[in-house]
Design a protein. Structure first.
Length: 96
């Protein structure tokens, strides 16, 4: 399937984009909806009217969520490795 042309609206501006398939289009539309929802919340809750400030706050929120998830995943991996090492030690102790 070739590229699909879609129009994505963020903060009242239309952005014509090319996507590879319908899944990518759905992802773009969901992301745009999430951004627009967050923009509305920031504008209502913090009386921020400058779109640049609102978009910067949105970018920070979404980027920090990704970073926090990556940190938590790394921490979880370390815990899993530690538990596996403990199990391995227990097995080796019983085999001796």
């Amino acid at each position: 399937m070739g590229n699909l042309k879609v129009n994505i609206i963020i903060a009242g501006r239309t952005y014509p984009l090319n996507v590879r398939n319908t899944k990518e289009e759905e992802g773009m539309r969901k992301a745009a909806n999430a951004i627009n929802t967050l923009i509305s919340k920031f504008e209502q809750n913090y009386a921020v009217s400058d779109k640049q400030d609102v978009l910067a706050m949105c970018a920070l929120q979404f980027a920090s969520k990704m970073e926090i998830a990556a940190i938590e995943k790394e921490s979880s991996r370390k815990d899993e490795i530690e538990k596996l090492n403990e199990l391995t030690n227990l097995i080796n102790t019983h085999l001796e």
